[in-house]
Design a protein around this ligand. Sequence first.
Ligand code: EPZ
Length: 427
Amino acid sequence: MSFLEINGGRKLYGTVSVQGAKNAVLPMMAAALLNQGVTVIQNVPNILDVIHMIHIMEGLGCKISYENEILTLDASCLNTNELPSIWAGKMRCSIILLGALIGRCKDAVAYYPGGCSIGTRPIDLHIEGLKKMGVAFTFEGEKIRAKVDKLIGTEILLPFPSVGATENILLAAVKAHGTTCIRGAAREPEIVELCQMLNTMGGHIEGAGSDTILVYGVAELHDCSMKVSGDRIVAATYLMAAAACGGEIMVTEAPCNYMNTSLAVLEQMGCKIRKEERQVEIHSDGNLCPVPYIRTEPYPGFPTDVQSQLMAALCFSKGRSVIEETIFEDRFHTALELKKMGADIIIEGRRALIYADQRLCGADVEANDLRGGAALVIAGLAATGRTRITSCQHIFRGYARIDTDIQQLGANIVKKVDETEENRAGI
Ligand code: EPZ
């Protein structure tokens, strides 16, 4: 098994370019299923979630090539409409293929994606939305069969702006008969990018980025080539690292206009921020101010995907901060690992109370989810001494090169393979 070894305490200086956005590229890959031709997606990050999605789509019969961060997907012929069950549990977001499969085949089989370490992550809103369009579901254990003669456009009200549910409904509605109005839709930038791609493919979607999206069904979609924007969460992660360590870095290819709440929090912590359209510079003297209260919210609120990283950075402030996690019910696991480094964090329901005095010591810690793992990297970089982060495959699900990116900013961070007998035996 691989692990990350960090010798912390160094300030960060230099320039780093962020990868393409994981949470934009995955639904865009699903959209390629709706085109019985070739779809090209550029700036695709080399991350485990993309590799796993490639395997799933190849299992459906797509012919896929991936070189130099360019993904070419030929979905002319599919040889099955059943998602491979082994992937459902491994990769939650395989469920966003359901809407596209239904839109393509009118008959699809998927599997309950199961929960993960940040919550139960149900899919009831996905199911209810698709039912409104005429889809009939049967459930056999974990297997979900979805069938429809004709997808009919309709009005769908989402009680919560679920990103995945909005994506699944969009992918089913784009070629439905008639118009679909999604009220209470997610407003995330990833929804905007998906709709831009679907419109480039010949779709007719209006209102992306607002809470009301209109989808005028079209008969066919055609080939297209799209470039994924920079990953706002990866960019925020690197900025949080610079805030905690101190120093001055420039993050390029960052979608700054989609990062306002993360940048505002960094300024509240005492960092100097200078942003242009696609790059942001941060200066931190390492003496961070606490944040009396902040809560995660659906976009454009403070992103839940930056919550763990903020918690880690706030451990290097001086005073009490409170973070409320309103999106996922179990997204404070990182606190347990940060405590091994000397952090003083109390979890009270949906709130984390961080009592910080700027010092953490390196320790052996374990990543148990993607953003929690990235938070441990931040803590290891700013702590004094050596930190080893095991189970770092979680981190590489969403960060293509977090080790080498941060190395080039002057940090001592190396990805290593544990050669002990136990691990060689794959125990
Ligand atoms: C997407 O997950 C992202 N993943 C998540 O990023 C992100 O945290 C989340 O949106 C919120 O922004 C991808 O895009 C691949 P939701 P998703 O549906 O679609 C509840 C990362 O670190 N809910 O908006 O699963 C759900 O339990 C990942 O990159 C229902 O109750 O998020 C949760 O509490 C983590 N029923 C809340 O809504 C449903 O049918 C948000 O879920 C669906 C969701």
